[in-house]
Ligand binder design. Structure first.
Ligand code: XIL
Length: 371
């Protein structure tokens, strides 16, 4: 908090007296706004159907991103049809509550997450033309539909195999002439359809020492895109923090801050902005006791955001869910001791955790300096 705000808060307390209602702590959305940034989270499926959870999101977020509802698996029952009911519902709710919306994702360039029909699609006698038509039509249709509601799209998600550092190829990219041509087509089409939106490449390269291959590959991809004139505006840093390995001897990961800064310097050096798009913490290697576990997670988040928010190019911070009740990580790589994970800023009863304080503290400590 700045000195002026501290004085104002003190003055307000002095006049309110003991009978006045306890002042509501500022929302993460308000704290982020004051920092010159936006804070938000993802919603979708069962969690979007929970009225109490919707209220928590409306209270804390300035920005929402549909968890899966804009992906091909949700919008494309087959090669000819579009189904926007689920995505429309989230966008309408966000607008009704005065929240911004991010779009995720026009192409998850990872065959594992393709709808089955796309993997098995018959590209006919001119496969190149059909692949081009299918991708361009998809990106144009989705981006056009949401161009007025969404000001930032994850155009392409996870195009790199982190183990090899090579671009993935998919049932769509092979006939299209390879991953680069596919990525370029997605970005050019998105730019045409939503000319005012920020266009983002989104991936999960991280600050751990063992992730160098992934970081280098992302840099090569972005450099290539810039060289070819592909309209990319920003890198989405997913920020699924912590180690996925339960047995990791190094707690939440062996962090290489220097390598991470070099990476972020290179990205911003290309003129790209940064977003934290999907923050949560795999707490697998931490001991089960809740108090110390939550403290360790919060300290990790604080250190991470202190670094990320030292970049004025990073003006968006989003968690992949607000409450432990609804984290996707509950179903993904469970803890060895079988205990529920605690990856998010609010617990399963929607009570704030030290993770929430870590976000608030980091935002307050690193305002974007204007002018
Ligand atoms: C996840 C959703 O949270 C799950 O509900 C779904 O089953 C799979 O996708 N990186 C991404 C997100 O970019 O789209 C993923 O979301 C989490 C990892």
């Amino acid at each position: 908090m700045r000195r002026r705000d501290l004085l104002a808060a003190g003055a307000a307390l002095a006049v309110s007296g003991p009978l006045a209602a306890a002042p509501q702590p500022a929302s993460l959305a308000a704290i982020a706004r004051k920092s010159g940034r936006r804070f938000g989270s993802t919603m979708g499926g069962a969690n979007f159907a929970d009225p109490a959870y919707r209220a928590l999101n409306a209270a804390q977020c300035g920005l929402i991103v549909p968890e899966s509802e804009m992906k091909w698996v949700a919008t494309r029952p087959d090669a000819k049809t579009f189904d926007f009911r689920a995505a429309d519902a989230i966008v309408a709710w966000a607008k009704a509550n005065g929240l911004g919306v991010r779009g995720h994702t026009l192409l998850w360039h990872y065959e594992r997450w393709f709808p089955k029909w796309l993997v098995e699609h018959d590209f006919g006698t001119d496969p190149h033309k059909e692949a081009e038509r299918l991708l361009a039509e998809h990106v144009r249709t989705v981006a056009t539909r949401y161009a007025s509601a969404v000001d930032s799209f994850d155009v392409v998600n996870e195009a790199i195999d982190p183990d090899t550092g090579l671009l993935r190829e998919t049932a769509l990219s092979r006939p299209l002439g390879g991953a680069e041509a596919t990525i370029d087509l997605a970005f050019h089409t998105a730019r045409q359809a939503a000319p005012h939106a920020q266009l983002v490449y989104n991936d999960f390269m991280s600050w751990t020492a063992d992730d160098g291959k992934h970081r280098d590959a992302v840099l090569r991809l972005l450099e290539g895109m810039k060289k070819r004139g592909t309209p990319v505006d920003a890198l989405g840093v997913q920020s699924h923090l912590g180690s996925k390995y339960s047995e990791a001897p190094t707690g939440l990961g062996n962090i290489d801050e220097r390598a991470w800064r070099q990476f972020l310097d290179a990205v911003t050096g290309m003129g790209l902005d940064l977003l934290v798009t999907e923050m949560d913490v795999h707490d697998n290697p931490l001991p089960g006791a809740i108090g110390p576990r939550d403290q360790a997670v919060a300290a990790h988040v604080r250190a991470y955001l202190d670094l990320m928010l030292s970049y004025p190019q990073c003006r968006t911070v989003m968690c992949w869910g607000l409450s432990d009740k609804y984290s996707w990580l509950n179903a993904f790589r469970p803890r060895a001791d079988g205990l529920p994970k605690r990856p998010l800023p609010y617990d399963a009863e929607f009570r704030p955790k030290p993770f929430r304080d870590a976000i608030a503290g980091a935002l307050q400590a690193h305002p974007v300096l204007r002018g």
